[in-house]
Design a protein around this ligand. Structure first.
Ligand SMILES: [Zn+2]
Ligand SMILES: [Zn+2]
Ligand SMILES: [Zn+2]
Length: 628
């Protein structure tokens, strides 16, 4: 049966292709999913699309012009007829986190892993053919049409990139919730709520998302399957309850993350120990708070993408904890958040804090560039969005905040771009140490080579921990109480041992075997079009106690050129050097694939390294599946 014959077949089924008027300016059209029509005069915005049969029927409700089509998620039942919208020139807007499932469908199918399946996420319902999209629906942002401001709330659950669209229609707060729930107490499927093998991750995501929808008090809930619900709060509540019971049953009585409370370590110090990376709140007596780190709600909701990336997906932040914590501890204002290091699990909630609560981001100087320019370096766990920085903190500075003092100290090891804060809170000495100390997990020292690692980095950090010996360690993934000085002595010894291992295992100057980025091109990712000139930097570290030289030439896509063509660099002993170059892309160059690589061929002193470093150039105009 071809598609139009299928329409003929379905026409005989009376429940399909009928309009149901929900509000004066809101209609439901039943297709493979509910298609919602928001009208203004003879114009309309559609939410989800099904087979697209609605286009043949819109005149029945007086709609002549479709301004746009918005999607709640990427499953085929929502969008299999989108090509018909494209034929009519209707602009399509899709969830930012699922854009590739719309615009790069063939690539999804060409690269989808089919064997050894531990990723059981339902991205299988992806379109079989790409459709061009006009734009994205971005989390926590507004999408405006006429006098309606649609608000986009991330509501992962049914899919990881699912969203709910809020808007006031005929005086009512309406939410188009996709497949978040089906009817009071029920979800459309359970199999969609499992991402990783045997896990309850999608279930927990749904519970959290339902709570986040509830908080915004919708008066009418419009699901993709099932009937619209006028008693929205009751429907959400019932579904949350049923899901929570099931979640708890599956996890031996454990409650989902939205039911968990922060720990009050001391009267003025709170820790979210359930969170993927712990975040901390320091409370002032005048009801203000200062946060240290703020990322994903817990590991289950951080890891689905982290473990099973598909097509260059990135971590997505979901609203959690802040409202509950502010209410319980009577916090009126969060003044600022200070990240201990740049890793995505510690910082991915910061843009949300900034936009929703006006929180400032205060950053240790060494972290600033990587937060503001995430495309710059190819190092571990970078979040793909720039973070706005309101204040820079210097090494050794004593930060004063509402009667507290925090010593700001550079503590490399886990990564070069890390800071620890030392303070006295409620009479206790406290250290916020990021990811340098993992006592419970026996993972100290933490070693990740691609975070910039030097042989004595951990020693530097543990020297500082020895200096302060905090009684309470507020670590990135654990809290330690009553820490004795002996613990720090032992950690210091382990840091010394680590350097010895490095020296035993690596030839010559050990740092060349530890830091893969001692020679790098910056920025690692650039975007450009034919005809552009690119500015790149060569960044080179000389670990030797004598001056070194490097001869560098570039290996480029054919017809590209580099100025200067051959480069000779001198770097002082124990120093870093930067050299600027320009790459020219000719006007007639054609990007066959939307990303190309270039490499630097290097002779360092007498050592012919070959093409030791590379960078990538992404075509600006492409919606490239592996870039943001
Ligand atoms: Zn679906
Ligand atoms: Zn971490
Ligand atoms: Zn980390």
């Amino acid at each position: 049966m071809v598609e139009w014959e299928m329409d003929e077949y379905r026409k005989q089924k009376t429940q399909y292709f009928q309009f149901q008027r929900i509000l004066q300016h809101l209609y439901l059209f039943q297709d493979t999913c509910n298609v919602y029509v928001v009208t203004k005069g003879n114009a309309a915005v559609l939410i989800d699309f099904g087979s697209g049969a609605i286009l043949e029927h819109l005149s029945e409700i007086g709609v002549e012009d479709v301004y746009a089509l918005l999607h709640t998620h990427h499953h085929r039942d929502q969008c299999q007829g989108d090509f018909r919208a494209v034929e009519r020139g209707i602009p399509i807007f899709v969830p930012f986190f699922e854009r590739r499932h719309f615009s790069q469908a063939e690539l999804y199918w060409a690269t989808k892993q089919l064997w050894d399946m531990y990723n059981v996420r339902n991205t299988y319902s992806t379109l079989i053919k790409s459709i061009p999209v006009q734009g994205f629906l971005e989390d926590f942002k507004k999408w405006e049409w006429e006098d309606i401001e649609f608000f986009i709330l991330p509501t992962p659950g049914h899919t990881l990139g699912s969203l709910s669209i809020f808007g006031v229609i005929d005086g009512k707060q309406v939410v188009f919730s996709g497949d978040l729930l089906y009817s009071p107490g029920k979800v459309p499927t359970l199999y969609d709520l499992q991402y990783n093998y045997s896990e309850t991750d999608g279930l927990e995501a749904t519970i959290l998302s339902i709570e986040n929808v509830m908080r915004r008090n919708p008066q009418l809930l419009c699901p993709s399957h099932g009937a619209p619900m006028k008693e929205a709060s009751r429907a959400l509540h019932m579904t949350k309850e049923n899901l929570t019971k099931y979640y708890s049953f599956r996890n031996n009585g454990l409650l989902p993350v939205n039911e968990q409370d922060v720990t009050q370590i001391t009267p003025h110090l709170l820790a979210a120990e359930y969170a993927c990376s712990h975040f901390y709140a320091i409370l002032s007596d005048d009801s203000h708070a200062l946060l240290v780190d703020y990322g994903s709600p817990n590991f289950a909701l951080f890891s689905p993408v982290n473990i099973h990336f598909e097509q260059g997906e990135t971590v997505r932040f979901v609203e959690h904890s802040i409202h509950r914590m502010m209410e319980k501890y009577n916090i009126k204002k969060i003044d600022a958040v200070i990240p201990t290091h740049y890793h995505d699990d510690h910082v991915n909630g910061i843009p949300y804090l900034q936009s929703e609560f006006g929180v400032e981001c205060w950053v240790y100087a060494k972290l600033r560039d990587i937060l503001e320019n995430p495309y710059g370096e190819q190092i571990g766990c970078v979040m793909p969005f720039p973070i706005r920085v309101e204040r820079t903190l210097a090494e050794g500075e004593v930060l004063k905040w509402r009667g507290y003092e925090f010593a700001v100290r550079h503590t490399p090891g886990h990564t070069e771009y890390a800071v620890s804060l030392f303070s006295r809170i409620d009479g206790k000495s406290v250290g916020f140490t990021g990811d340098n100390i993992f006592i419970k997990l026996h993972r100290t020292p933490s070693v990740i080579y691609r975070n910039h690692l030097e042989s004595t980095a951990h020693r530097k950090a543990f020297q500082i921990f020895l200096e302060y010996k905090p009684e309470i360690i507020c670590g990135g993934h654990e809290v330690q109480y009553n820490v004795t000085p002996e613990v720090y002595e032992k950690l210091w010894e382990r840091a010394m041992q680590l350097t010895k291992h490095f020296e035993e295992l690596l030839p010559d100057e050990v740092n060349y075997g530890l830091d893969p980025l001692w020679f790098q091109l910056y920025p690692y990712q650039s975007s450009a079009e034919p005809g552009d000139r690119l500015s790149l930097e060569i960044r080179i570290k000389n670990f030797y106690p004598h001056e070194s030289s490097a001869h560098v030439s570039f290996i480029l896509p054919q017809t590209w050129s580099c100025e200067p063509e051959k480069i000779v660099l001198h770097v002082d002993a124990h120093a870093q050097s930067t050299y600027h170059i320009q790459i020219r892309i000719p006007n007639d160059f054609k990007f066959i694939l939307p990303r190309v690589a270039l490499a630097a061929d290097v002779v360092f002193n007498d050592w012919y390294l070959g093409q030791v470093a590379e960078a990538v150039v992404i075509q600006k105009s492409s919606v490239f599946p592996f870039s943001t």
